[in-house]
Design a protein around this ligand. Structure first.
Ligand code: SF4
Length: 357
């Protein structure tokens, strides 16, 4: 609490670091961010890979290539195809997989997702999902299937903009989405990933809202792990153009400022960003990255035909080997396994035995 009796959640410090009048140069922010990252995470970068299970969707987000009114061919992986994709990813060296779907549809509902999580949990030590907001009971079912984390970006915290950009469908419900991470943690998920899609609204205001969201969750779920992502809009079917410019310097300032204000939180940078930018940001705040990503449904197994275009265009198209070589040349160690399935089973049993814990 500060002298005026307000609870200081650290957002004032973040606002100062992000201010264009800030006396701190980008270079001095980078040095502070690098020192804090080194102290907390060492010279490591955790790796994960996304697997799109389905591109059916019941919503109409203006910025997305999978929106229900796009002419993209629709596909949902069968369980056999899912199994084959998971095996291909395992052979590429991954031990953490993020399973994705669009907004809830009869083709890809919670039961389908739970079955895919079960399949993935047999092969991968860490299985997380990026799908649609669910109830506590639904999240519990996923925990018991072997899921340990949920990623759910609010996209924009600007309510008016949110209403305009989410043209129809269940995703139009701002509050149902905003409150879902809390339900996931109540259900026993270990980690939650939050983020905003940079370019939809004023990026500094978005950053402050994102910061307040994670601080509020941290206060209630102090044992949980949190990660934050900073995706910028990429070309996609529909041709949506960013409404606000976020250049490399601003994105770097956002990442450094979050690292300084939240030293323990995992900061993620995906293959949306080009290789040179990702290489430069590794260890300067960023601690987790995807690589070799496909944004089509499946397509990892050799010879698998990729139907239609992806949710958005990937920018860093390097292979796992190329990326790991680049990290090692800068003395960073790529980490494929950061969690053991044994812990996951203990967490799932806890949910079964004591749902209120
Ligand atoms: S962002 Fe998600 S919910 Fe929105 S249209 Fe794309 S897949 Fe559907």
């Amino acid at each position: 609490m500060n002298a005026s009796g307000e609870i200081d959640d650290g957002s004032k410090a973040l606002a100062e670091l992000l201010s264009f009048q800030s006396l701190l140069s980008l270079e001095s922010l980078a040095q502070r961010a690098q020192a804090l990252t080194l102290r907390r995470f060492g010279r490591t970068i955790s790796l994960y890979v996304p697997l799109y299970l389905s591109n059916f969707c019941s919503s109409g987000c203006a910025y997305c290539g999978f929106a229900a009114d796009r002419k993209t061919p629709r596909k949902r992986l069968t369980f056999e195809e899912t199994q084959n994709e998971l095996s291909a990813l395992k052979q590429m060296g991954f031990d953490e997989v993020l399973l994705l779907t669009g907004e809830r549809t009869p083709q890809a509902d919670c039961d389908y997702l739970a079955s895919c999580v079960k399949l993935a949990a047999k092969v991968f030590h860490r299985v997380t999902i990026e799908a649609f907001p669910m109830s506590v009971e639904e999240y519990k079912a996923l925990v018991q299937a072997g899921c340990t984390g949920v990623t759910l970006y609010q996209e924009t915290y600007d309510r008016a903009q949110y209403d305009q950009l989410h043209r129809w469908g269940p995703k139009k419900d701002y509050d149902a989405r905003l409150e879902a991470p809390e339900r996931a943690l109540e259900a026993g998920m270990r980690t939650v990933g939050l983020g905003v899609l940079l370019g939809l609204s004023d990026p500094v205001a978005e950053a402050l809202a994102l910061f307040r969201h994670v601080r509020q969750l941290e206060r209630k779920f102090w044992r949980a792990g949190f990660s934050l992502s900073f995706p910028r809009i990429r070309p996609q079917a529909g041709g949506f153009q960013p409404l606000f410019e976020v250049d490399d310097r601003l994105l770097a300032r956002l990442i450094f400022a979050f690292r300084i204000c939240l030293p323990d939180v995992e900061l993620v940078l995906s293959t949306r960003e080009r290789a040179s930018f990702r290489d430069g940001m590794a260890g300067l705040g960023i601690t987790k990255m995807s690589i070799a990503s496909r944004t089509t449904v499946g397509g990892y197994q050799a010879g698998a035909a990729m139907e239609g275009s992806g949710q958005f265009e990937v920018s860093d198209e390097r292979s796992v080997e190329e990326f790991c070589r680049a990290l090692r040349s800068r003395r960073y160690e790529p980490v494929f396994k950061n969690w053991d399935a044994v812990y996951r089973e203990v967490e799932a049993q806890k949910v079964e035995v004591c749902p209120c814990d």
